[in-house]
Design a protein around this ligand. Structure first.
Ligand code: DON
Length: 574
């Protein structure tokens, strides 16, 4: 009798043990195989759906949701996976913003933007004659803000259902055992090789003796150890203990400012979302310290009363109207926007219908309004960030944009910890009123102060339909082109009736008030270009604009998921 009870207990114990061990998701031949994977640009799923910058990270997100995780679990696992496989922008040494809507209807955002270290000073990037030294805010140790990403992950965790150790395990496996790199990653790593060597103080896994080729395996053992410390000790595994000591030791080697106190004091902030209506749709965006939500709101509302759909997709008439909206929305950025905990941002006014309609009062549909007659500052930024769009079976929507700022951030890898630090300090105005090397001008609102968050353009966005049901999850990298890319994508869907793939695949144009020029992708219609020139616009062809990740919920509830054709971006789901 006793023996059978003992056997029964043992049996239950073994059953529980086997349930507790979730199947391995990252391994050769497993659900996510880091040595064999393909890029998928679009699909329609009936259940959980992901679009992000790397196929392995998308696959991990889908797999986590298959194992019972929700969109928040997927968000955490994807962000961590991107920190390993999308080395130029995925990160634990950067920061970003999450915009979410729970299926119950609660919307919220998490601000995990980097902060200026306590020792930062307003003039830290000026030489003794007061001239800006922009290289210092872009490359190397002094360019780094206090990272926010890991705090952001733990601020997201209460909304998730799986244990953190399960969510971080795929990233650990990828770092520990390696994954095969793509053509574009190989060429980006090769192009940055010299800068890694100049700005890092110890050998890094990102640099090898010969050129990287597609198909090579990238193994990041030190990063795996850092991730394991986070797995074991939570946020303290990054902000305290060995990882913090390694960051501070790295800083001390070359005048970096981040201290143990800065790391220990870093907190992610939960902020109300910036919500507005556009023709009955509800748009949910990011409030300051990102300018993204306010700019998007202004752009959408500046065109709301015009019959864009009748004007037609990328006709001279519709493009000209959208350019003039972009010019005006960007003019406010440098004067009014900064970290709301340090500077009173007049959000209510900037997003009010009356104010916005007034901004378009001098709009002339026959010619360009010169930027010189519109007040505010010059804005131009670098372009390497990454976006994740997710919806789960229940309908929880998560939109996250994170960044190291420049491609590969400051190019400084923390010796012994294997991850890159950001160069986000360059997003401050390094000298209020004077353009830095990137052309960015800001005023007092975005001047450097210890502990302050630098102004961003990131615009993770959600859209609800007229019945308040999920309709779109969207976002993109691209510096100042972020709000304009989101704007044009939403207009392509809501006004021009496009599906998600078409909406993100079309050529984009960008005006940011100053410089007074319209930047266009090379596929932009030459005929429209000519007509705009004859109306007084200066057009400049530039490289790709944006890398949108979009999920569009169809009337039958299925999800059309699209990843930008401009990169290795890939969708996944089931
Ligand atoms: O926060 C910002 O606005 C910039 N640091 C983002 C940079 C960026 O998007 C670069 N991306 N491609």
């Amino acid at each position: 009798m006793r023996k059978s009870i003992l056997l029964a207990i043992l049996h239950i114990f073994f059953i529980q043990l086997s349930f507790a061990q979730s199947p391995k998701i990252v391994a050769p031949g497993a659900a996510v195989d880091p040595f064999h994977y393909t890029i998928e640009k679009s699909n329609v799923y009936t259940n959980a759906s992901v679009s992000c910058a790397h196929p392995l990270a998308s696959a991990i997100g889908a797999e986590i949701m298959k194992q019972g995780g929700n969109a928040f679990d997927a968000a955490i696992a994807i962000q961590l996976a991107l920190a390993v496989v999308y080395t130029n922008a995925g990160n634990i040494g950067g920061g970003g913003f999450l915009v979410a809507r729970q299926v119950k209807g609660k919307t919220f955002t998490i601000d995990f933007r980097e902060t200026a270290p306590e020792k930062a000073t307003r003039d830290m990037y000026l030489d003794k004659n007061g001239n800006p030294q922009s290289d210092l805010s872009l490359y190397g140790h002094k360019a780094c803000g206090v990272p926010g990403t890991v705090a952001g992950l733990f601020a997201t965790l209460p909304y998730a259902v799986l244990p953190f150790k399960t969510l971080i395990q795929p990233a650990i496996d990828l770092a520990e055992n390696g994954y095969v790199i793509t053509e574009s990653e190989a060429s980006a790593l090769n192009a940055t090789r010299k800068s890694f060597i100049e700005n890092s103080t110890a050998p890094t896994a990102l640099v090898k003796n010969s050129e990287w080729k597609s198909g090579d395996t990238l193994v990041q053992k030190e990063l795996a150890q850092t991730l394991k410390r986070i797995q074991k000790s939570g946020a303290k595994g990054f902000y305290e203990g060995k990882t913090a000591s390694l960051i501070v030791a790295e800083m001390k080697k070359r005048d970096g400012l981040i201290s143990k106190k800065d790391l220990k004091n870093y907190t992610a902030i939960s902020r109300p979302a910036l919500e507005f209506r556009y023709k009955g749709y509800t748009i949910i965006g990011m409030a300051p310290p990102s300018s993204g939500g306010i700019i998007l709101c202004q752009l959408m509302k500046m065109v709301e009363d015009k019959p864009l759909a009748d004007y037609g997709f990328q006709t001279t008439k519709s493009v000209q109207l959208m350019i003039e909206a972009e010019r005006r929305a960007f003019a406010d950025r440098s004067v009014y926007m900064g970290d709301p905990d340090y500077w009173k941002v007049p959000i209510k006014t900037l997003t009010s219908d009356v104010y916005i309609k007034n901004r378009m009062a001098d709009y002339d549909s026959t010619r360009a309004t010169p930027s010189s007659v519109i007040k505010a500052g010059i804005i131009k930024e670098s372009e390497e960030t990454t976006h994740i769009s997710i919806i789960d079976k229940a309908g929880n929507m998560v939109s996250i944009t994170t960044t190291l700022n420049n491609s590969y951030g400051s190019r400084t890898v923390v010796s012994g910890a294997g991850f890159l630090l950001n160069d986000e300090m360059d997003d401050f105005s390094i000298k209020p009123g004077v353009p830095n090397l990137y052309g960015a001008v800001g005023g007092e609102a975005n001047a450097i102060q210890p502990g302050k968050r630098m102004l961003s353009s990131m615009a993770p966005t959600l859209v609800l339909d007229k019945n308040q049901n999920p309709l779109i999850v969207a976002g993109t990298p691209g510096g100042t082109t972020i709000p304009t890319s989101v704007f044009q994508t939403l207009i392509n869907i809501l006004e021009f009736g496009m599906n998600a793939s078409d909406a993100i695949g079309k050529p984009k144009f960008h005006h940011q008030w100053l410089p007074d020029e319209v930047m266009v992708e090379k596929e932009f219609d030459p005929e429209v270009k000519k007509q705009l020139q004859s109306m007084g616009y200066t057009l400049t062809e530039r490289g790709q604009i944006g890398r949108m990740e979009v999920i569009r919920i169809l009337p039958d509830g299925s999800r059309e998921v699209a990843a930008d054709p401009r990169g290795d971006d890939s969708v996944n789901g089931f």
